[in-house]
Write a new protein. Structure first.
Length: 427
């Protein structure tokens, strides 16, 4: 039976952005069973033995404790499990010299739901019928922002400027402050730092500048720190989290080995935290208490931050090094290819300037040689204007083995060479 859907029902049951591509990828993987495929599309983190062991140890500790029944047999507060909130407040106060209390922290059911609460609490229509925008100051950005607002017309993204180092075949996106507009019509601002899909890390100056533009209008700025220090610490360049009165510092334990437990964290102003907490009560009551209880142990002991620095970061940084050196050696020097500076996260972002076909067609060409990466055009949620650059990029996941990344990039280089060559000879 096909149910009749409301406008919101139709919109929310749509697959947006990368989810639509993932369907094609899953079907490709299924259809090519037995065939050798280099799947460099995944956003799912790998299971690292040391990280898995940490969560096993924390679970054993929880199972042996008297707390167990209270954790799993009872509902708790929507704000989150108190020992986890206290552990985070203490850790952040010590680490970053803050002065936060338990009232400044909210635990959500994964950080994706946190962006859904914020997008709809701060963005969309006011009681007076005015549209409050959700501003993404630097496009491309996390594809998941594309589906979070019940009123998609609220989402507005800004084209970046490009810092290009042509001889090195590298580039970096920067926010275009000549265009970025944050006004009384802005409901909130969101960006990821480090960024999925590009690996970009906005500088502290850029972050302060964005926060300062939003401050006069009391606009919350959500800094999506899903890959940031102190955990999972997937920054390959020096970076420190930025806090402030209108900043909501948003974290996720997913890339620190707990994606299955759905734990997001937001640190910020008490009144904003309360709004998000009430939203969460209405949507889903609270996040898994089991996950929260083991996270409390890993943070309280300092083990999570240590493993993030000693294991998680170097693991993915090495993958980026393999990818970068393979491309440098294999890509023809005369092609206009540019790798985004690998400053963090678990992806590489490749720009093929003047690509003589769309990113989607290039993705199909790659599939023919057994390589799967994600066409970049899915990572520009909220960017209304046409921009050819949108169809010239590719996201490559660092979750493959070294050998998969190396072979995948060698094949990609060959495909790129052929594609540009075919275009010049007009075939
Ligand atoms: C930048 C970014 N933000 C948020 C999320 C959502 O993560 P979760 O809901 O698991 O916390 C992801 C997941 O890949 C991400 O890459």
């Amino acid at each position: 039976m096909k149910p009749a859907l409301t406008k919101i029902g139709a919109q929310m049951s749509n697959l947006t952005g990368v989810r639509a591509i993932m369907k094609d990828i899953v079907e490709t993987l299924r259809a090519s069973a037995g065939q050798e495929l280099y799947n460099l599309s995944a956003g799912n983190p790998l299971i690292l033995p040391e990280v898995e062991q940490l969560w096993r140890d924390c679970t054993a500790d929880l199972l042996a404790s008297e707390e167990y029944g209270e954790v799993v047999c009872r509902y708790g507060s929507s704000q989150g499990y108190a020992p986890l909130i206290n552990a985070i407040a203490k850790d952040f106060n010590q680490r970053y010299g803050l002065n936060i209390t338990d009232r400044n922290v909210l635990i959500t059911a994964g950080s994706q739901s946190l962006y859904f609460y914020a997008a709809n609490a701060f963005g969309g229509y006011t009681v007076d019928g005015d549209l409050k925008q959700i501003v993404l100051p630097l496009s491309p950005d996390y594809t998941g922002y594309g589906g979070v607002c019940l009123f998609p017309e609220a989402l507005v993204a800004y084209k970046p400027t490009l810092d290009i180092d042509a001889p090195a075949h590298r580039f970096k996106y920067r926010p275009d402050f000549t265009q970025l507009s944050i006004t009384e019509q802005t409901g909130c601002v969101i960006f990821s730092r480090p960024c999925n899909p590009t690996g970009n890390v906005l500088t502290n100056d850029e972050v302060h500048k964005i926060a300062a533009l939003a401050a006069p209008y009391n606009v919350p700025v959500l800094i999506d720190s899903a890959y940031a220090p102190p955990f999972p610490a997937l920054n390959f360049t020096e970076m420190t989290p930025v806090f402030g009165e209108n900043i909501l510092h948003c974290m996720s334990l997913s890339k620190a080995g707990l994606p299955g437990e759905r734990i997001g964290v937001v640190i910020g102003d008490e009144q904003q935290i309360q709004v998000l907490e009430s939203f969460q009560t209405n949507v889903g009551i609270h996040s898994s208490r089991y996950g929260q209880a083991i996270a409390a142990r890993a943070i309280e002991s300092g083990a999570l931050a240590n493993i993030a620095e000693a294991v998680i970061r170097p693991f993915y940084q090495k993958k980026f090094d393999v990818l970068e050196s393979t491309l440098d050696a294999a890509m023809p020097k005369d092609l206009p290819w540019f790798l985004h500076r690998g400053e963090g996260a678990i992806f590489a972002w490749l720009w093929l300037q003047d690509l003589p076909m769309t990113d989607w067609e290039f993705y199909q060409e790659l599939k023919k040689v057994g390589v799967i990466a994600v066409p970049g055009s899915t990572f520009f949620p909220g960017l209304q204007e046409e921009w050819e650059h949108k169809h010239q990029c590719l996201r490559i996941s660092l979750t493959g083995s070294d050998q998969e990344i190396e072979t995948g990039m060698l094949r990609l280089a060959k495909v790129a060479e052929q594609v540009y060559q075919r275009a010049t000879v007009g075939v």
